[in-house]
Design a protein around this ligand. Structure first.
Ligand code: TXA
Ligand code: MG
Length: 318
């Protein structure tokens, strides 16, 4: 997708595939998405089949504008303030669906709510505007695996299932969108992501709560073991074995040189840079087949999303 003409050809091919119920890999500013027409049940079934995703886990629906989002869901004042502040961008809102919005039930797993976002990536925006129908798009990885931040990651996980991969290079944010839901009118954080908690709280002027723990999983996709590389991962490393790979953060300590291989998320300790490198580091190191040790990352700003993904990658496999 180097020049404008190439990009146009790619978008036209994608539109043809989407219109016939097929799947397209679409770059977003967070991670690559596996997109299908959200109004076509057969197309949505194709997403679940290609990813090996359990059907109880609903998808995020992508639209080009706030207006289009309002066609699909009911926005109260709080939701609208967040949309105005952060869209287009890496925020997903879970809202009550409007009746008769045309979205396939399978896309929302039959829930009365719908997860919606307006992505900021120019290629995603061009595709959404040109196709003119909402696109359901989970991350374009096999279910449970590490999310893709390059077209090569997508091809490695799902290449066979895809007619079109729109390659726009590495993604700018590197972790998925922040998901915000609402309980009794108050915003709750369902998944930390590309928009930091503090930024949301600044817009709302109140703390963002945690979902009530009533035995259900608030965001059905947030299973403990997720984002899992195929090798074990341990957290808070303060030493490393000679048989281990290391995910580093900040200046390398002397002990780090014992590692088989090192991926430093950010030599300067920059969390935004670390987020862009996280999923590539996990994929690179899993390919070596050695267990991975990860150094601690500060739990502020994007660090909350990075730590969430590392914790899930380290969780025992189900
Ligand atoms: O950055 C992103 O959000 C990327 C790009 C492609 O947009 N997409 C993404 O989708 O991360 P996925 O499917 O990997 O994660 C979607 C999450 C899942 O945890 C799912 O359970 C949750 O959103 N979700 C979807 N609909 C929901 C709903 N109605 N209520 C609660 N959670 C919902
Ligand atoms: Mg995912």
């Amino acid at each position: 997708m180097g020049d404008a003409r190439e990009r146009r050809i790619g978008i036209e091919a994608a539109i043809a595939v989407l219109g016939s119920g097929g799947l397209v890999a679409m770059p977003t500013e967070t991670v690559y998405g596996l997109a299908a027409d959200a109004t076509l049940p057969r197309a949505i079934a194709g997403i679940f089949a290609a990813k090996g995703r359990p059907r109880f886990n609903p998808l995020i629906v992508h639209v080009p504008t706030i207006g289009r989002a309002q066609d699909l869901a009911e926005f109260d004042d709080t939701a609208l303030r967040l949309a105005v502040a952060f869209w287009p961008g890496p925020l997903t809102l879970v809202l009550p669906q409007r009746r008769g919005n045309g979205i396939a039930d399978l896309a929302t797993a039959g829930l009365p709510t719908i997860a919606i976002r307006v992505p900021a990536h120019p290629v995603a925006r061009e595709l959404l505007t040109a196709y003119d129908r909402p696109l359901a798009a989970p991350s374009a990885n096999r279910s449970g695996h590490v999310s893709p931040t390059t077209a090569a990651h997508v091809a490695a996980d799902l290449g066979d299932a895809l007619a079109v991969i729109l390659d726009a290079g590495p993604t700018a944010v590197g972790v998925e969108s922040t998901i915000v839901g609402f309980e009794h009118g108050a915003a709750v954080l369902l998944r930390p992501g590309g928009v930091g908690r503090a930024a949301i709280e600044e817009v709302l002027g109140v703390r963002v709560g945690e979902p009530a723990n009533d035995g259900r999983v608030a965001a059905p996709g947030m299973l403990a073991s997720h984002y899992a590389p195929s090798v074990p991962l341990r957290l808070d490393a303060a030493s490393v074995g000679t048989d281990e790979s290391l995910i580093a953060f900040g200046a390398l300590p002397d002990w780090a040189t014992a590692a088989t291989a090192i991926r430093n998320l950010s030599e300067t300790g920059d969390l935004a840079e670390a987020a862009t490198r996280l999923f590539s580091a996990l994929r690179d190191l899993e390919a070596l087949g050695r267990p991975i040790a990860a150094m601690p990352v500060p739990h502020v700003g994007l660090g909350e999303a990075i730590n969430d993904r590392l914790r899930r990658a380290a969780a025992p496999r189900g």
